[in-house]
Design a protein around this ligand. Structure first.
Ligand SMILES: *Cc1c(COP(=O)(O)O)cnc(C)c1O
Length: 398
């Protein structure tokens, strides 16, 4: 008999686990959207939404997922025919590029592959080859959820600055916001894209675009924008309905209020980052041990270039697929598929998986996933090194 009775655990990199408190805050009747409590609550929510991105500049909220937030960012930054430079470090970088291209942006891509961070110097070189400043923005994914590679945004900003090129720096932080260290203003990010269902611990449904005053200036002449997606009224409007281009996402706002209180006022943002760093470390330690005298490998070799919210790995000979299926059917744990590593019909597709440690996760949840993976490897006869659970526990203790 499977041992699945009990609370199931969806350990995929989004949607993440929503705290009961967040879900309970959303479980209520709709408020009056014209005056009263929701209007006041939202006014107070905006500064906290800026705090979570560590910016004092602007934010726009969209009723959208991450793909919607990408489009919002593109529409406000670009005019048809504008050039953009994209540094791809996994499937999500390519996704953003495809969206921009389809919208009429001329995209130059530097593809850093599926297991490495972007090299800031190559970004700078590409900008130096653009003396006429035709490139309007550099697009980069902070943590690419497919590869789990993390880019050094600060170093990319310095590299851009070293060229004197005025391009905006736009960062997809959908997988890292509320998990990994991220400092919009200090790191010189102009446009930051986020979504509700990852580190912010809400159900899918809200997309966010934070934008600098410089990006706001650029957007005044960008001609792709349409009224609904325009970040100007959303970010700088005075009427409540302008924040949302219509009816507010009322219930998500109550949930967001609760999650921001948990992150900012109760645990503290830096403690949230530290929790994710330590949980990631225990996952990496387990994989390192499993990899002894086996071909199990973490996707990103360099510790400093790994995201803290998700880990991509290889278990060869179809082991990753078999293990995922065993965990779901036998143990109540759902791991993430390997994304963008191979096509679904290719045998290699079954060699990749991802473990999420994103958002509302603690030690027992992550150690529980690792222990359940160990059980699955034993049950399936997957060749793996010894000592993974001791290593994971040890890494957590520090
Ligand atoms: C999840 C994710 C997206 C896509 O978000 P959707 O809500 O699925 O549209 C884009 N970029 C990154 C880095 C992500 O993690």
């Amino acid at each position: 008999m499977p041992i699945t009775t009990g609370r199931p655990y969806l350990a995929i990199p989004g949607p993440s686990v929503s705290p009961d408190r967040v879900l309970n805050a959303m479980h209520r009747t709709a408020p009056n959207i014209y005056e009263g409590e929701i209007v006041e609550m939202t006014k107070a929510l905006i500064p906290d939404l800026k705090r979570v991105a560590m910016t004092s500049q602007n934010v726009a909220i969209y009723i959208a997922n991450g793909h919607g937030a990408w489009e919002a960012a593109n529409l406000n930054m670009f005019s048809r025919g504008d050039k953009a430079l994209l540094a791809a470090t996994g499937r999500f970088g390519h996704g953003w590029a495809e969206a921009a291209r389809a919208m009429g942006v001329q995209l130059e891509m530097i593809d850093f592959g599926k297991a490495s961070p972007a090299d800031p110097e190559r970004i700078a070189d590409a900008l130096r080859r653009d003396p006429g400043h035709e490139i309007k923005a550099v697009l980069v994914t902070h943590v690419d959820t497919a590869s789990s590679a993390r880019n050094d945004i600060k170093a990319i900003r310095s590299a851009i600055d070293s060229t004197g090129h005025p391009a905006l720096l736009a960062v997809d932080a959908i997988a890292s916001l509320g998990c990994d260290e991220l400092r919009m203003d200090e790191w010189g990010i102009d446009v930051l894209v986020g979504a509700s269902q990852k580190g912010l611990m809400l159900p899918p449904g809200l997309g966010f675009v934070w934008f600098s005053d410089k990006a706001l200036e650029v957007s005044r002449s960008a001609d792709l924008v349409t009224p609904y997606w325009d970040w100007k009224p959303r970010g700088t409007g005075t009427e409540f309905w302008q924040y949302f281009g219509g009816t507010a996402p009322t219930h998500h706002l109550y949930g967001l209020r609760e999650s921001l209180t948990m992150i900012l006022d109760e645990e503290g943002l830096e403690n949230v980052w530290d929790r994710h760093r330590r949980l990631a470390g225990s996952v990496w330690a387990a994989f390192d041990a499993w990899g002894i005298e086996s071909s199990i490998r973490l996707n990103v070799a360099d510790t400093a270039s790994r995201g803290w919210s998700v880990t991509a790995a290889t278990i060869p000979d179809g082991g990753a697929g078999a293990l995922r299926r065993w965990l779901e059917a036998e143990a109540g744990v759902t791991l993430g598929i390997g994304l963008g590593m191979a096509l679904p019909h290719e045998p290699a597709y079954q060699d990749f998986l991802r473990v999420a440690h994103m958002g509302h996760v603690n030690a027992h949840m992550t150690l529980g996933v690792l222990a359940t993976m160990e059980a699955g490897m034993q049950a399936l006869g997957i060749v793996h090194g010894p000592g993974a659970l001791e290593a994971a526990a040890g890494a957590l203790v520090g």
